[in-house]
Design a protein around this ligand. Structure first.
Ligand code: PLP
Length: 451
């Protein structure tokens, strides 16, 4: 391994960082993370901090999950790769598909289609939705609906249903036929409605209106995160997702739950859909499926959708999607071990308890720091603080101020994620009460330092 001087000198010089401006990465070199243990990360200078980002919403079991590491090592020795394209399979992926069927049974999902990550899962789910309608003789159903503020990865179809301009504008024109519904975002919305239940009804009415305008017979699917995540952690009122389910069913539109961050316990329930008592038609997963240790994902398919594909005798049910790394045996082995550990530890319960503690702590910080305009959370370990320069006007805090919060919080022991004027917190689901206190204490200092 090269020494510290080499790493610092070459930091960001020969690589472009995702979701970053290359010039900004050169001007403000990224923190170089060289180690991790438990729920802590260690940088090149030996500075340790609690990882309140949880990798990128994926390291749910922390960095020292021995069973997953061992499963990866063992599988590399046994079968490091083989494709599962037509005609071959592997033992790990068969076992995993059985385990996922059991895990997602309460969500009504019975089949898995494997991918290399979240964006792939989204892309595949949207493609399968169109194919499903073609198989049923409704070839005109090609459009997609989604929420503004939704994040669905960065492939072109995913970016087209994405509800944040940041991930769209530079890459336009995107796919035609994708339309957006106002988000259930009480802090800012076009209806000027702060009551979550009323806002949910207004969003549902907007959805009905758009379906009427487009024509239900032209719409393939509605894709949504059960709790909007990367768009700033926006938990909806409990009536929203059931309302979307009802409207979709009424109009023959498939409901795709994008659970790339919410599957496997983050919301305090095993899935975000289950959290709201909804069964989707398709579910996108990735990230925590291997605890982030191997790039892997799965689209889960409901029994009813599966029947349409499996009952097809025309040949049109053949799936023309797939990746070299779909069903990778090392990823599958990692996922098997991860799922066992996830269930053994019942991490959803800790996510609920520690999430409540974190949200309570943020409420106290909001009382103390004028800069905090809104806090969101209350459903497991996903919370956000929205920073403003003035509470009355809700003008977003400027980049420099937010940068100072980030730096001071990091220096005081917690890694947090900045997204626009939001600070997003999504620590591993195995954090202790003491870890959450450390995150809150570091944030308190970070907010005070930037005031
Ligand atoms: C809800 C959601 N969908 C899709 C994605 C894309 O996943 P990936 O970055 O693994 O491609 C993400 C990533 O954060 C996500 O949060």
């Amino acid at each position: 391994m090269k020494d510290t001087n080499f790493l610092k000198k070459n930091n960001a010089r020969h690589l472009w960082h995702p979701m970053a401006h290359p010039a900004d990465s050169l001007a403000n070199p990224p923190d170089i993370i060289v180690g991790a243990e438990g729920v802590e990360i260690v940088d090149v200078d030996g500075h340790r901090s609690v990882d309140a980002v949880g990798g990128l919403w994926n390291v749910n079991l922390g960095y020292s999950c021995a069973p997953v590491k061992q499963a990866i090592a063992d599988q590399l020795d046994k079968l490091p790769y083989y494709s599962i394209f037509r005609g071959t399979s592997n033992d790990a992926v068969i076992e995993l598909s059985w385990m996922l069927k059991e895990f997602f049974e309460p969500d009504g999902l019975t089949r898995a289609f494997f991918t290399s990550g979240g964006s792939d899962s989204v892309e595949v789910s949207l493609r399968l939705a169109r194919q499903y309608h073609k198989l049923r003789g409704a070839a005109g159903r090609v459009k997609f609906l989604s929420f503004k503020k939704g994040y669905h990865g960065t492939h072109t179809l995913g970016a087209s249903v994405n509800g944040n301009a940041n991930f769209r504008a530079a890459y336009e024109p995107l796919m035609p036929g994708c339309y957006h519904i106002p988000a259930p975002y009480t802090y800012r919305n076009p209806f000027n409605e702060t009551d979550p239940a009323k806002l949910a009804q207004l969003c549902l009415a907007a959805l009905e209106d758009e379906i009427g305008f487009q024509g239900a017979e032209t719409i393939a699917a509605f894709i949504m995160e059960p709790i909007l995540g990367a768009g700033g952690v926006i938990p909806p009122h409990e009536s929203l997702m059931p309302g979307v389910r009802e409207i979709c069913s009424k109009h023959g539109i498939l409901l795709i739950a994008d659970e790339v961050i919410t599957a496997f316990g983050r919301t305090g329930s095993w899935t975000g859909s289950r959290h709201w008592g909804v069964q989707p038609d398709l579910l996108c997963s990735a990230k925590a499926i291997t605890n982030g240790y191997f790039p892997f994902g799965a689209v889960m398919v409901s029994g009813a959708v599966a029947e349409v594909f499996e009952g097809d005798m025309s040949g049109k049910g053949a799936i023309g999607s797939g990746y070299t790394y779909s069903g990778h045996p090392v990823g599958a082995a990692a996922a098997i071990a991860c799922l066992r550990e996830t269930e053994r530890l019942q991490v959803k319960d800790n996510a609920a308890a520690r999430g409540a503690q974190l949200f309570r702590g943020l409420q106290t910080l909001m009382q103390k720091h004028e800069m905090v305009g809104d806090i969101r959370g209350g459903h497991g370990l996903m919370c956000a603080l929205e920073l403003v320069s003035e509470r009355a006007s809700k003008a977003p805090a400027d980049k420099k101020t937010i940068g100072r919060v980030h730096r001071a919080t990091y220096e005081n022991g917690a890694m947090i994620r900045v997204s626009g004027n939001n600070i997003i917190l999504s620590p591993p689901l195995v954090v202790t009460e003491g870890d959450v206190d450390r995150i809150l204490a570091a944030l308190d200092i970070g907010l005070a330092a930037a005031a």
